[in-house]
Design a protein around this ligand. Structure first.
Ligand code: ACO
Length: 433
Protein backbone atom coordinates (compact mmCIF):
# COMPACT_ATOMS: atom_id res chain seq x y z
CA UNK A 1 0.00 0.00 0.00
CA UNK A 2 1.42 3.42 -0.92
CA UNK A 3 1.83 5.97 1.86
CA UNK A 4 -0.75 8.77 1.54
CA UNK A 5 0.79 12.21 1.05
CA UNK A 6 -0.13 15.88 1.02
CA UNK A 7 1.55 18.11 -1.56
CA UNK A 8 2.54 21.53 -0.27
CA UNK A 9 3.19 24.04 -3.06
CA UNK A 10 5.09 27.29 -2.66
CA UNK A 11 3.07 29.60 -4.92
CA UNK A 12 6.00 32.02 -5.18
CA UNK A 13 8.73 29.61 -6.39
CA UNK A 14 6.45 26.86 -7.73
CA UNK A 15 8.46 24.26 -5.77
CA UNK A 16 6.57 21.43 -4.07
CA UNK A 17 7.10 19.15 -1.12
CA UNK A 18 5.46 15.74 -0.96
CA UNK A 19 4.70 15.25 2.75
CA UNK A 20 3.77 11.77 4.03
CA UNK A 21 0.50 11.59 5.98
CA UNK A 22 0.85 9.50 9.15
CA UNK A 23 -2.22 7.58 10.30
CA UNK A 24 -2.69 7.22 14.09
CA UNK A 25 -4.69 4.54 15.92
CA UNK A 26 -7.13 7.32 16.90
CA UNK A 27 -7.22 11.07 16.31
CA UNK A 28 -6.52 13.31 13.32
CA UNK A 29 -4.02 12.24 10.66
CA UNK A 30 -0.65 13.96 10.93
CA UNK A 31 1.32 15.63 8.13
CA UNK A 32 5.03 14.77 8.37
CA UNK A 33 6.73 18.08 7.53
CA UNK A 34 10.32 17.20 8.43
CA UNK A 35 11.51 17.50 4.76
CA UNK A 36 9.80 20.84 4.23
CA UNK A 37 12.95 22.87 4.85
CA UNK A 38 15.00 20.65 2.51
CA UNK A 39 12.33 20.84 -0.24
CA UNK A 40 11.03 24.42 0.10
CA UNK A 41 13.44 26.19 2.48
CA UNK A 42 10.49 26.87 4.82
CA UNK A 43 9.56 26.17 8.44
CA UNK A 44 6.07 25.70 9.89
CA UNK A 45 4.81 28.21 12.50
CA UNK A 46 2.56 27.06 15.35
CA UNK A 47 2.86 29.02 18.64
CA UNK A 48 1.52 27.02 21.58
CA UNK A 49 1.77 23.80 19.51
CA UNK A 50 -1.93 24.02 18.64
CA UNK A 51 -1.64 21.55 15.75
CA UNK A 52 1.88 20.18 16.03
CA UNK A 53 2.61 16.58 16.98
CA UNK A 54 6.09 16.43 18.52
CA UNK A 55 6.41 12.67 19.05
CA UNK A 56 4.93 9.23 18.47
CA UNK A 57 3.38 7.92 21.67
CA UNK A 58 1.45 4.81 22.61
CA UNK A 59 0.80 5.69 26.25
CA UNK A 60 -2.29 7.92 26.41
CA UNK A 61 -5.02 8.98 24.01
CA UNK A 62 -7.50 11.73 24.74
CA UNK A 63 -10.33 13.10 22.65
CA UNK A 64 -11.57 16.42 23.99
CA UNK A 65 -14.60 16.57 21.65
CA UNK A 66 -15.84 13.12 22.61
CA UNK A 67 -14.72 13.33 26.26
CA UNK A 68 -12.53 10.21 26.09
CA UNK A 69 -9.32 9.36 27.91
CA UNK A 70 -7.52 6.02 27.48
CA UNK A 71 -4.26 4.78 28.96
CA UNK A 72 -2.70 2.03 26.82
CA UNK A 73 -6.20 1.55 25.38
CA UNK A 74 -8.01 1.18 28.72
CA UNK A 75 -10.73 3.79 29.44
CA UNK A 76 -9.95 5.93 32.49
CA UNK A 77 -13.36 5.10 34.01
CA UNK A 78 -12.49 1.38 34.12
CA UNK A 79 -9.03 2.01 35.56
CA UNK A 80 -10.42 4.32 38.26
CA UNK A 81 -13.09 1.78 39.22
CA UNK A 82 -11.07 -1.44 39.18
CA UNK A 83 -7.37 -0.63 39.39
CA UNK A 84 -4.90 0.77 41.90
CA UNK A 85 -2.46 3.64 41.40
CA UNK A 86 0.56 1.29 41.39
CA UNK A 87 -1.09 -1.00 38.85
CA UNK A 88 -1.76 2.03 36.61
CA UNK A 89 1.93 2.95 37.03
CA UNK A 90 2.88 -0.52 35.77
CA UNK A 91 0.49 -0.16 32.84
CA UNK A 92 1.85 3.25 31.85
CA UNK A 93 5.47 2.11 32.13
CA UNK A 94 5.26 -1.32 30.50
CA UNK A 95 2.18 -1.12 28.25
CA UNK A 96 0.20 -4.05 29.72
CA UNK A 97 -1.67 -4.78 32.93
CA UNK A 98 0.54 -6.97 35.14
CA UNK A 99 -0.09 -10.57 36.15
CA UNK A 100 -0.31 -11.04 39.92
CA UNK A 101 3.35 -12.15 40.08
CA UNK A 102 4.50 -9.20 37.94
CA UNK A 103 2.53 -6.80 40.13
CA UNK A 104 3.90 -8.19 43.39
CA UNK A 105 7.45 -7.96 42.07
CA UNK A 106 6.87 -4.37 40.87
CA UNK A 107 5.28 -3.34 44.16
CA UNK A 108 8.23 -4.83 46.05
CA UNK A 109 10.73 -3.04 43.78
CA UNK A 110 9.00 0.31 44.33
CA UNK A 111 8.53 -0.07 48.08
CA UNK A 112 12.13 -1.19 48.50
CA UNK A 113 13.22 2.20 47.16
CA UNK A 114 10.80 4.41 49.09
CA UNK A 115 13.35 5.96 51.42
CA UNK A 116 15.58 8.87 50.42
CA UNK A 117 19.24 9.28 51.34
CA UNK A 118 19.59 10.74 54.85
CA UNK A 119 21.49 13.70 53.41
CA UNK A 120 18.37 14.77 51.48
CA UNK A 121 16.71 15.33 54.85
CA UNK A 122 19.29 18.02 55.61
CA UNK A 123 18.48 19.97 52.45
CA UNK A 124 15.17 21.22 53.81
CA UNK A 125 16.76 23.45 56.43
CA UNK A 126 18.04 25.69 53.64
CA UNK A 127 14.48 26.67 52.72
CA UNK A 128 12.55 29.54 54.28
CA UNK A 129 10.07 28.31 56.92
CA UNK A 130 7.19 29.59 54.77
CA UNK A 131 8.54 28.45 51.37
CA UNK A 132 5.89 27.21 48.95
CA UNK A 133 6.02 23.37 48.99
CA UNK A 134 6.40 23.35 45.18
CA UNK A 135 9.61 25.38 45.43
CA UNK A 136 10.95 22.76 47.85
CA UNK A 137 9.77 19.84 45.69
CA UNK A 138 11.56 21.28 42.66
CA UNK A 139 14.79 21.54 44.68
CA UNK A 140 14.73 18.17 46.43
CA UNK A 141 13.70 16.27 43.29
CA UNK A 142 16.50 18.00 41.37
CA UNK A 143 18.88 17.10 44.21
CA UNK A 144 18.23 13.38 43.63
CA UNK A 145 20.24 13.81 40.41
CA UNK A 146 23.33 14.18 42.60
CA UNK A 147 22.70 10.73 44.13
CA UNK A 148 22.07 8.95 40.85
CA UNK A 149 24.29 10.49 38.23
CA UNK A 150 27.73 8.90 37.82
CA UNK A 151 26.38 5.35 38.02
CA UNK A 152 23.42 6.04 35.72
CA UNK A 153 23.91 4.95 32.11
CA UNK A 154 21.06 6.45 30.09
CA UNK A 155 21.75 4.01 27.25
CA UNK A 156 21.16 1.04 29.54
CA UNK A 157 17.46 -0.01 29.66
CA UNK A 158 17.99 -1.60 33.10
CA UNK A 159 19.28 1.69 34.52
CA UNK A 160 16.41 3.60 32.94
CA UNK A 161 13.87 1.18 34.41
CA UNK A 162 15.47 1.53 37.84
CA UNK A 163 15.20 5.30 37.52
CA UNK A 164 11.46 5.05 36.80
CA UNK A 165 10.93 2.90 39.91
CA UNK A 166 13.00 5.31 42.01
CA UNK A 167 10.94 8.31 40.89
CA UNK A 168 7.62 6.60 41.72
CA UNK A 169 9.02 5.29 45.01
CA UNK A 170 10.50 8.55 46.29
CA UNK A 171 7.81 11.04 45.24
CA UNK A 172 5.47 10.33 48.21
CA UNK A 173 8.37 10.54 50.67
CA UNK A 174 9.54 13.90 49.30
CA UNK A 175 5.98 15.27 49.12
CA UNK A 176 5.25 14.32 52.74
CA UNK A 177 8.60 15.76 53.86
CA UNK A 178 7.70 19.12 52.26
CA UNK A 179 4.52 19.18 54.34
CA UNK A 180 6.18 18.10 57.56
CA UNK A 181 8.91 20.70 57.12
CA UNK A 182 6.32 23.45 56.61
CA UNK A 183 4.44 22.60 59.81
CA UNK A 184 7.60 21.97 61.84
CA UNK A 185 6.94 18.30 62.53
CA UNK A 186 9.60 15.57 62.39
CA UNK A 187 9.80 13.58 59.16
CA UNK A 188 8.10 10.20 59.21
CA UNK A 189 10.03 7.42 57.46
CA UNK A 190 8.27 5.25 54.88
CA UNK A 191 6.66 2.07 56.18
CA UNK A 192 6.92 -0.68 53.58
CA UNK A 193 4.27 -2.81 55.25
CA UNK A 194 1.67 -0.26 54.08
CA UNK A 195 0.17 0.18 50.62
CA UNK A 196 1.47 3.05 48.44
CA UNK A 197 -1.36 5.46 49.34
CA UNK A 198 -1.61 4.45 53.02
CA UNK A 199 2.13 4.89 53.35
CA UNK A 200 1.88 8.41 51.94
CA UNK A 201 -0.98 9.34 54.30
CA UNK A 202 0.99 7.84 57.18
CA UNK A 203 4.05 9.95 56.33
CA UNK A 204 1.78 13.02 56.12
CA UNK A 205 -0.35 12.57 59.21
CA UNK A 206 1.27 10.22 61.68
CA UNK A 207 3.17 11.62 64.59
CA UNK A 208 5.74 10.19 67.01
CA UNK A 209 3.31 10.73 69.90
CA UNK A 210 0.23 9.05 68.44
CA UNK A 211 -0.87 6.24 66.14
CA UNK A 212 -2.48 7.16 62.84
CA UNK A 213 -4.95 4.77 61.24
CA UNK A 214 -5.84 5.80 57.68
CA UNK A 215 -9.55 5.81 56.86
CA UNK A 216 -10.22 3.34 53.96
CA UNK A 217 -12.66 5.78 52.29
CA UNK A 218 -9.99 8.50 52.38
CA UNK A 219 -7.38 6.06 51.02
CA UNK A 220 -9.63 5.10 48.11
CA UNK A 221 -10.46 8.76 47.36
CA UNK A 222 -6.77 9.64 47.17
CA UNK A 223 -5.98 6.49 45.17
CA UNK A 224 -8.60 7.45 42.54
CA UNK A 225 -7.35 11.04 42.48
CA UNK A 226 -3.81 9.84 41.77
CA UNK A 227 -5.04 7.48 39.01
CA UNK A 228 -6.97 10.36 37.37
CA UNK A 229 -3.85 12.54 37.35
CA UNK A 230 -1.36 9.85 36.27
CA UNK A 231 -0.92 10.98 32.66
CA UNK A 232 -2.51 13.36 30.16
CA UNK A 233 -0.36 12.92 27.04
CA UNK A 234 1.75 15.85 25.77
CA UNK A 235 0.71 18.60 28.24
CA UNK A 236 3.09 21.42 29.20
CA UNK A 237 4.92 19.66 32.06
CA UNK A 238 5.26 16.37 30.18
CA UNK A 239 6.57 18.19 27.11
CA UNK A 240 9.08 19.93 29.39
CA UNK A 241 10.30 16.59 30.73
CA UNK A 242 10.67 15.27 27.18
CA UNK A 243 12.50 18.40 25.98
CA UNK A 244 14.95 18.40 28.90
CA UNK A 245 15.39 14.63 28.50
CA UNK A 246 16.05 14.98 24.77
CA UNK A 247 19.28 16.79 25.63
CA UNK A 248 20.40 13.76 27.66
CA UNK A 249 19.86 15.53 30.99
CA UNK A 250 19.71 13.57 34.24
CA UNK A 251 16.15 12.16 34.55
CA UNK A 252 15.65 13.41 38.14
CA UNK A 253 16.52 16.91 36.93
CA UNK A 254 14.06 16.40 34.04
CA UNK A 255 11.30 15.50 36.51
CA UNK A 256 12.20 18.63 38.52
CA UNK A 257 11.79 20.64 35.29
CA UNK A 258 8.35 19.07 34.80
CA UNK A 259 7.51 20.06 38.34
CA UNK A 260 8.50 23.68 37.61
CA UNK A 261 6.08 23.77 34.68
CA UNK A 262 3.30 22.14 36.67
CA UNK A 263 3.65 24.83 39.33
CA UNK A 264 2.35 27.46 36.88
CA UNK A 265 -1.25 28.51 37.69
CA UNK A 266 -2.30 27.84 34.09
CA UNK A 267 -1.37 24.18 34.55
CA UNK A 268 -1.35 22.57 37.99
CA UNK A 269 -2.56 25.46 40.13
CA UNK A 270 -6.31 25.35 39.37
CA UNK A 271 -7.33 23.05 42.25
CA UNK A 272 -5.77 25.53 44.69
CA UNK A 273 -7.67 28.36 42.96
CA UNK A 274 -10.96 26.47 43.52
CA UNK A 275 -10.39 26.53 47.27
CA UNK A 276 -9.46 30.22 47.23
CA UNK A 277 -12.72 30.90 45.39
CA UNK A 278 -14.81 28.82 47.83
CA UNK A 279 -13.21 30.67 50.74
CA UNK A 280 -14.12 33.94 49.05
CA UNK A 281 -17.74 32.87 48.43
CA UNK A 282 -17.90 31.78 52.10
CA UNK A 283 -21.54 30.58 52.32
CA UNK A 284 -24.13 29.09 49.93
CA UNK A 285 -26.25 32.28 50.23
CA UNK A 286 -23.49 34.24 48.40
CA UNK A 287 -23.41 31.91 45.37
CA UNK A 288 -25.90 33.82 43.13
CA UNK A 289 -23.74 36.96 43.48
CA UNK A 290 -20.64 35.07 42.29
CA UNK A 291 -22.51 33.32 39.46
CA UNK A 292 -23.67 36.76 38.28
CA UNK A 293 -20.05 37.98 38.39
CA UNK A 294 -18.87 34.95 36.37
CA UNK A 295 -21.40 35.82 33.64
CA UNK A 296 -20.60 39.53 33.61
CA UNK A 297 -18.36 40.36 30.63
CA UNK A 298 -17.03 43.44 32.46
CA UNK A 299 -15.86 41.35 35.40
CA UNK A 300 -12.69 39.23 35.11
CA UNK A 301 -13.99 36.76 37.72
CA UNK A 302 -14.45 33.16 36.46
CA UNK A 303 -15.80 30.17 38.29
CA UNK A 304 -12.63 28.26 39.09
CA UNK A 305 -12.91 24.55 38.41
CA UNK A 306 -15.37 25.02 35.55
CA UNK A 307 -14.57 24.59 31.84
CA UNK A 308 -11.63 22.94 30.10
CA UNK A 309 -9.38 23.86 27.16
CA UNK A 310 -9.43 20.39 25.61
CA UNK A 311 -12.61 18.74 26.90
CA UNK A 312 -15.43 20.60 25.20
CA UNK A 313 -17.95 17.86 25.85
CA UNK A 314 -17.16 16.68 29.37
CA UNK A 315 -14.00 15.69 31.16
CA UNK A 316 -14.33 11.90 31.65
CA UNK A 317 -12.30 12.20 34.84
CA UNK A 318 -14.89 14.56 36.35
CA UNK A 319 -17.69 11.97 36.43
CA UNK A 320 -15.48 9.52 38.29
CA UNK A 321 -14.06 12.03 40.74
CA UNK A 322 -17.47 13.63 41.36
CA UNK A 323 -18.78 10.34 42.78
CA UNK A 324 -15.63 9.83 44.87
CA UNK A 325 -15.95 13.38 46.17
CA UNK A 326 -19.64 12.96 47.08
CA UNK A 327 -18.94 9.58 48.77
CA UNK A 328 -16.09 11.09 50.77
CA UNK A 329 -18.08 14.12 51.93
CA UNK A 330 -21.06 11.89 52.81
CA UNK A 331 -18.76 9.71 54.91
CA UNK A 332 -16.92 12.50 56.76
CA UNK A 333 -18.15 13.67 60.16
CA UNK A 334 -19.28 17.30 60.29
CA UNK A 335 -16.25 19.49 60.92
CA UNK A 336 -15.07 23.04 60.56
CA UNK A 337 -15.08 22.71 56.77
CA UNK A 338 -18.71 21.53 56.49
CA UNK A 339 -19.84 25.00 55.40
CA UNK A 340 -17.17 25.14 52.69
CA UNK A 341 -18.24 21.73 51.35
CA UNK A 342 -21.91 22.79 51.42
CA UNK A 343 -20.94 25.85 49.42
CA UNK A 344 -19.07 23.70 46.89
CA UNK A 345 -21.93 21.23 46.42
CA UNK A 346 -24.53 24.01 46.15
CA UNK A 347 -22.37 25.84 43.61
CA UNK A 348 -22.08 22.65 41.53
CA UNK A 349 -25.87 22.14 41.69
CA UNK A 350 -26.71 25.72 40.66
CA UNK A 351 -24.06 26.08 37.92
CA UNK A 352 -24.87 22.83 36.08
CA UNK A 353 -28.51 23.96 35.72
CA UNK A 354 -27.64 27.50 34.62
CA UNK A 355 -28.23 28.34 30.91
CA UNK A 356 -24.96 30.31 30.65
CA UNK A 357 -22.88 27.29 31.71
CA UNK A 358 -25.00 24.76 29.77
CA UNK A 359 -24.72 26.77 26.50
CA UNK A 360 -20.94 27.09 26.81
CA UNK A 361 -20.45 23.48 27.95
CA UNK A 362 -18.81 24.62 31.16
CA UNK A 363 -18.91 21.60 33.42
CA UNK A 364 -17.11 21.20 36.74
CA UNK A 365 -13.65 19.89 35.84
CA UNK A 366 -11.39 17.43 37.64
CA UNK A 367 -9.76 20.26 39.60
CA UNK A 368 -13.07 21.36 41.11
CA UNK A 369 -13.51 17.98 42.79
CA UNK A 370 -9.85 17.21 43.47
CA UNK A 371 -9.50 20.49 45.40
CA UNK A 372 -12.48 19.57 47.58
CA UNK A 373 -11.25 16.00 48.11
CA UNK A 374 -7.80 17.19 49.16
CA UNK A 375 -9.32 19.71 51.55
CA UNK A 376 -11.55 16.98 53.01
CA UNK A 377 -8.46 14.79 53.50
CA UNK A 378 -6.87 17.55 55.56
CA UNK A 379 -4.23 18.46 52.99
CA UNK A 380 -3.48 22.20 52.99
CA UNK A 381 -4.11 24.25 49.85
CA UNK A 382 -0.41 25.04 49.34
CA UNK A 383 0.18 21.27 48.89
CA UNK A 384 -2.45 20.79 46.17
CA UNK A 385 -0.07 21.16 43.21
CA UNK A 386 2.39 18.85 44.94
CA UNK A 387 -0.43 16.27 45.07
CA UNK A 388 -1.03 16.72 41.34
CA UNK A 389 2.72 16.16 40.79
CA UNK A 390 2.63 13.05 42.99
CA UNK A 391 0.09 11.50 40.63
CA UNK A 392 1.69 12.84 37.43
CA UNK A 393 5.24 11.65 38.23
CA UNK A 394 4.56 8.30 36.59
CA UNK A 395 3.30 9.99 33.40
CA UNK A 396 6.45 12.10 33.22
CA UNK A 397 8.80 9.18 33.67
CA UNK A 398 6.81 6.85 31.38
CA UNK A 399 6.96 9.47 28.61
CA UNK A 400 10.69 9.97 29.26
CA UNK A 401 11.25 6.19 28.99
CA UNK A 402 9.26 6.06 25.76
CA UNK A 403 11.29 8.91 24.29
CA UNK A 404 14.60 7.28 25.24
CA UNK A 405 13.59 4.10 23.36
CA UNK A 406 12.24 5.92 20.28
CA UNK A 407 14.34 5.32 17.12
CA UNK A 408 13.41 8.89 16.01
CA UNK A 409 14.81 10.26 19.30
CA UNK A 410 16.87 13.42 18.83
CA UNK A 411 17.35 16.65 20.74
CA UNK A 412 14.22 18.84 20.70
CA UNK A 413 15.05 22.06 18.90
CA UNK A 414 12.09 24.22 17.79
CA UNK A 415 12.57 26.76 14.99
CA UNK A 416 11.43 30.38 15.06
CA UNK A 417 9.99 33.17 12.96
CA UNK A 418 12.62 35.90 13.39
CA UNK A 419 11.04 39.39 13.36
CA UNK A 420 13.95 41.44 14.81
CA UNK A 421 16.35 43.98 13.29
CA UNK A 422 18.17 43.44 10.03
CA UNK A 423 21.99 43.24 10.17
CA UNK A 424 23.57 46.52 11.30
CA UNK A 425 27.03 47.72 12.37
CA UNK A 426 28.20 48.24 15.93
CA UNK A 427 28.28 51.93 17.00
CA UNK A 428 30.78 52.95 19.77
CA UNK A 429 29.02 54.32 22.89
CA UNK A 430 30.31 57.90 22.43
CA UNK A 431 28.77 58.04 18.95
CA UNK A 432 25.26 56.89 20.01
CA UNK A 433 22.58 59.61 20.13
N1 ACO B 1 -16.49 30.82 34.35
C1 ACO B 1 -17.26 31.65 33.63
N2 ACO B 1 -17.23 31.72 32.28
C2 ACO B 1 -16.37 30.92 31.65
C3 ACO B 1 -15.52 30.03 32.34
C4 ACO B 1 -15.61 29.99 33.76
N3 ACO B 1 -14.86 29.16 34.46
N4 ACO B 1 -14.76 29.35 31.46
C5 ACO B 1 -15.09 29.81 30.24
N5 ACO B 1 -16.08 30.75 30.34
C6 ACO B 1 -16.77 31.40 29.25
C7 ACO B 1 -15.91 32.48 28.59
O1 ACO B 1 -16.11 33.74 29.18
C8 ACO B 1 -16.40 32.41 27.16
O2 ACO B 1 -17.65 33.08 27.11
P1 ACO B 1 -18.11 33.85 25.75
O3 ACO B 1 -18.18 32.77 24.70
O4 ACO B 1 -19.42 34.47 26.11
O5 ACO B 1 -17.02 34.85 25.49
C9 ACO B 1 -16.68 30.92 26.94
O6 ACO B 1 -17.00 30.39 28.25
C10 ACO B 1 -15.51 30.14 26.34
O7 ACO B 1 -14.38 30.37 27.15
P2 ACO B 1 -12.87 30.33 26.65
O8 ACO B 1 -12.06 31.21 27.53
O9 ACO B 1 -12.83 30.55 25.17
O10 ACO B 1 -12.50 28.82 26.89
P3 ACO B 1 -11.02 28.27 26.93
O11 ACO B 1 -11.07 26.92 26.35
O12 ACO B 1 -10.06 29.23 26.35
O13 ACO B 1 -10.73 28.19 28.50
C11 ACO B 1 -10.35 27.39 30.65
C12 ACO B 1 -10.68 27.01 29.21
C13 ACO B 1 -9.02 28.17 30.70
C14 ACO B 1 -10.16 26.09 31.46
C15 ACO B 1 -11.50 28.22 31.23
O14 ACO B 1 -12.71 27.49 31.16
C16 ACO B 1 -11.25 28.70 32.65
O15 ACO B 1 -10.61 29.73 32.85
N6 ACO B 1 -11.72 27.92 33.67
C17 ACO B 1 -11.47 28.25 35.05
C18 ACO B 1 -10.07 27.78 35.47
C19 ACO B 1 -9.95 26.28 35.62
O16 ACO B 1 -10.79 25.63 36.23
N7 ACO B 1 -8.88 25.71 35.05
C20 ACO B 1 -8.60 24.26 35.14
C21 ACO B 1 -8.74 23.59 33.84
S1 ACO B 1 -8.68 21.83 34.04
C22 ACO B 1 -7.06 21.39 34.13
O17 ACO B 1 -6.18 22.14 33.82
C23 ACO B 1 -6.70 20.01 34.64
Amino acid sequence: MTTPTVTITDNITGKTSECPVLVPTYGPRVIDTKDLYKDLGMFTHDPGFMTTSACRSSITYLDGDEGKLFHRGYPIEQLAEHSSYLEVCYLLLYGELPTRTQFEEFEYQVKFRSNVHERVNHMYSGYMYDAHPMSIMVGVMGALSSYYHEALDLKDPVDRDLTAKRVIAKMPTLAAQCYKYAIGHPFVYPNNSLGYVENFLNMMFSHPMSTYIPDPVAVRALEVMLILHADHEQNASTSTVRLAGSAGANPFACIAAGMVTLWGPAHGGANEAVLHMLNEIKTPENIPKFIARAKDKNDTFRLMGFGHRVYKNFDPRSRVIRKVCHDLLGHMPANVNTRLFDTAMTLEEIAVKDEYFIERKLYPNVDFYSGIILKALGIPESMFTVMFGLGRAVGWIAQWLEMMQDPDFRIGRPRQLYVGSRQRDYVPIEQRG
